[in-house]
Design a protein around this ligand. Sequence first.
Ligand SMILES: [Zn+2]
Ligand SMILES: [Zn+2]
Length: 126
Amino acid sequence: MHGNHHHYPRDRQRLFMPPVPSIIIASVLFSLFYLVLGRYAFMFFPGFMLGYLLYGTMHYAIHAWNPPFKWMKGLWRNHHLHHYKDEHKGFGVSSTIWDHVFGTMFDLKKEKEDKEKVQELMFGKK
Ligand SMILES: [Zn+2]
Ligand SMILES: [Zn+2]
């Protein structure tokens, strides 16, 4: 699915997992959490799902809109660069913290935004 998104970054249908595989994968994950956490899985799972949905929504926003706040610009640029410059860097979508930790961070100050390539990653625009 992730490879699909790289090939068709402007296809909104490929951003979220479709419902049927989602339910299957969510059930498998819940079972694993239940095995490890027992009844605490009922607390852990909603938080896990919420986090995943926030991540998915954030990714959608990056492809659909311009950054709503100035301080979010870096996140947008980070993901744009992930698409068109180096897909082995800039994995962070809702935060770049893990890119810093694992040394996969782009030097955002040095990278110039390629306006044309960014347009190609956006939905609903030419
Ligand atoms: Zn993307
Ligand atoms: Zn990727």
